[in-house]
Design a protein. Structure first.
Length: 361
């Protein structure tokens, strides 16, 4: 159905946007000569062209045309520390001066691992990678190897990385083929519907290596998993001999030990990313000793898992500094209270105008 008034308004706004941001437009057009669509992250592209950011300070971003904006997205949680952070900067400069890439084990990697394992009761052992996507891909392969099974249960609207997205057709502009999805044997179930998931897994599927779930759908609309649903998945995974993998790449910030700690659920494997790298590219997968010991290189037949930057000294030092000094219990309480307040005010504003925006938590 066409809405001429709305279309006119959008057209006018786009013209105003273009006139207000000529430098961004020029930089975008330049980038298009070597980057398809002028960018390298589909998730941050906006029509008619994105603002090109020159710098950031505190909670604000400044674009190439000199406009400053307050950033409420914080790079989908990886920007937890603000745009600039003196504590991190000093630690990172120290790591650079100490040797940027050492090609050997360093004390910081063991320290970062212990800080993470101390926070997550279900993580006896952890390994590092370079992104949340990579951590999830390896967690899936680990579960397949551990169980000898091939199917991976995931959920509609789930996002586990650039190669692991399970948006429904109507959620994607250009249909399902617009997602690059790795060719695993996925069984896609409805989120927050334990009965249908059980039906699919127990009665029709079999051969399930893992149930991979976000405790809150992040990119899929910030929809929290019902505690009973997530607890039910724990029971279901045990019942069918599959590993339960919690993707806490986004939800880890909800508590020192992620949403799993808040709900007292112990997954077999957990994946992390984003802010744990102290501002650098990061991923981690870890969990039960029984599973993770497959990576123990001191034992015969261990699985080989490499990665040039898995223990990059800058990332390791930044991660240790962040967890020791910045991602503290009180900082997380403040952060989450700010988020709760903002959601509450938005809900109030929308309900005052009888707009359908409210979601119960
Ligand atoms: C829940 C979740 N899992 C995995 C990922 C992928 O992480 P990365 O972008 O570091 O590959 C994301 C990224 O937004 C995410 O939100």
């Amino acid at each position: 159905m066409s809405h001429p008034k709305l279309e006119d308004a959008v057209k006018t706004l786009r013209q105003q946007y273009g006139a207000r941001n000529p430098s961004s437009l020029r930089a975008f057009e330049d980038a298009k000569r070597s980057l398809p669509g002028g960018g390298t992250r589909s998730s941050i592209f906006i029509q008619p062209f994105p603002l090109v950011i020159a710098s950031g300070h505190g909670t604000c971003l400044t674009d190439l045309d000199g406009h400053t904006y307050r950033d409420f997205v914080s790079d989908f949680t990886s920007g937890l520390y603000g745009k600039t952070n003196v504590i991190l900067r000093d630690a990172i400069v120290g790591a650079i001066d100490n040797g940027m890439q050492l090609g050997g084990h360093t004390p910081a990697e063991g320290r970062l691992a212990s800080l993470i394992c101390d926070r997550f009761p279900a993580m006896d052992l952890v390994r590092f990678a370079n992104s949340g996507t990579e951590a999830n891909m390896i967690a899936i392969c680990t579960a397949m190897r551990y169980t000898g099974c091939s199917k991976i249960v995931v959920f509609e609207g789930g996002y586990h990385g650039s190669l692991l997205s399970h948006f429904r057709m109507d959620e994607l502009n250009a249909g399902p083929s617009s997602a690059l999805t790795a060719p695993f044997n996925f069984v896609v179930c409805p989120y927050n519907d334990l009965e249908q998931t059980r039906e699919k897994i127990v009665h029709s599927t079999g051969d399930v290596a893992a149930i991979l779930v976000e405790p809150m759908l992040g990119a899929g609309g910030c929809i929290p998993g019902e505690p009973s649903f997530l607890r039910g998945l724990r029971e279901l995974a045990t019942e069918v001999g599959a590993l339960l993998i919690f993707d806490e790449v986004q939800t880890a910030r909800l508590d020192m030990g992620g949403r799993q700690k808040l709900l007292d659920i112990e997954p077999d494997l957990t994946t992390l990313g984003k802010f744990f790298g102290g501002g650098f590219a990061f991923g981690a997968f870890g969990g039960k000793r029984e599973v993770m010991k497959m990576f123990d290189m001191t034992q015969p037949g261990a699985i080989s898992h490499g990665g040039t930057f898995n223990n990059s000294p800058c990332t390791m030092v930044a991660g240790v500094t962040a967890l020791e000094q910045l991602v503290t219990e009180s900082a997380l309480t403040t952060l989450n209270a700010l988020g709760d307040n903002m959601r509450e005010s938005l809900n109030q504003g929308f309900s005052a105008h009888s707009l359908p925006f409210i979601r119960e938590y």
